[in-house]
Design a protein around this ligand. Structure first.
Ligand SMILES: [Zn+2]
Length: 231
């Protein structure tokens, strides 16, 4: 069987005998090196795979993933099954909009033009008289934009709301001294107590003066506006 060594021997160029022997030895050594390298490579692959290590020829810096399998057996029989007893409960979902006082609360002065001694001739809100100390509720969720005890409105708060996409400001005036604990910037939930009915500021007796200003504009009849939306 012809080999690389024999092909060199039949080269047409006549070579010196000593030089020819050196060439032959080099060819034999190269052939042996290839066989040894091939054998070591195969051995390296077999050993590497068997030991769970990188196979021969792979870089040692490559991550080695060793699969791990865990199993968890859960045993549950009818004898050990748990029965969870829960109390009944009721979830109260408040309406998005409500009146500041209980429906049916008496009004002492309606919205609009009026004639009285010492008061404005055009009433910007309504006056409600549920009795001194009655809690006053926010008509909707919003943010406090005014919290003051000064001026003709006495202890009063103004809350900015967005109701059905419309910005509305509500005003609660003449509340009892010390009943207003909210500050400007405070968030308010619908129905949250703002303060109690009082007689502070330019007032003629304990009552709530209540105003509504849609879109930050002029006041509208607040109870008419609420009634059209509360139903
Ligand atoms: Zn009033």
């Amino acid at each position: 069987m012809p080999t690389k060594t024999s092909s060199i021997r039949v080269a047409p160029v006549a070579l010196h005998r000593g030089f020819e022997r050196r060439i032959n030895r080099v060819a034999v050594v190269k052939s042996l090196r290839r066989r040894v390298a091939l054998t070591m490579g195969v051995f390296g692959v077999i050993v590497g795979v068997g030991a769970g290590l990188p196979a021969y020829g792979q870089s040692l810096e490559q991550p080695v993933t060793v699969p791990q399998t865990q199993s968890l057996a859960v045993v549950n029989t009818p004898d050990t099954a748990l029965t969870i007893a829960r109390d009944t409960y009721t979830v109260y979902v408040p309406p998005a909009l409500q009146y500041p006082l209980a429906p049916g609360t008496s009004l002492s002065s309606g919205f609009g033009p009026r004639q009285c001694n010492g008061c404005s001739t055009y009433h910007e809100g309504v006056d409600l008289t549920p009795g001194a100390g009655t809690p006053i509720s926010a008509i909707a969720a919003g943010v406090v934009v005014v919290a003051s005890s000064a001026g003709p409105l006495g202890v009063h708060a103004e809350i900015e709301h967005v109701i059905n996409g419309e910005s509305v400001r509500s005003v609660y005036a003449h509340m009892e001294t010390g009943s207003l604990t909210l500050r400007v910037g405070d968030p308010v939930l619908v129905g949250q107590v703002i303060g109690t009915v009082g007689d502070t500021g330019n007032s003629y007796g304990a009552h709530l003066h209540f105003e509504l200003h849609p879109q930050g504009a002029s006041a509208v009849d607040p109870y008419g506006w609420l009634a059209a939306r509360i139903g």
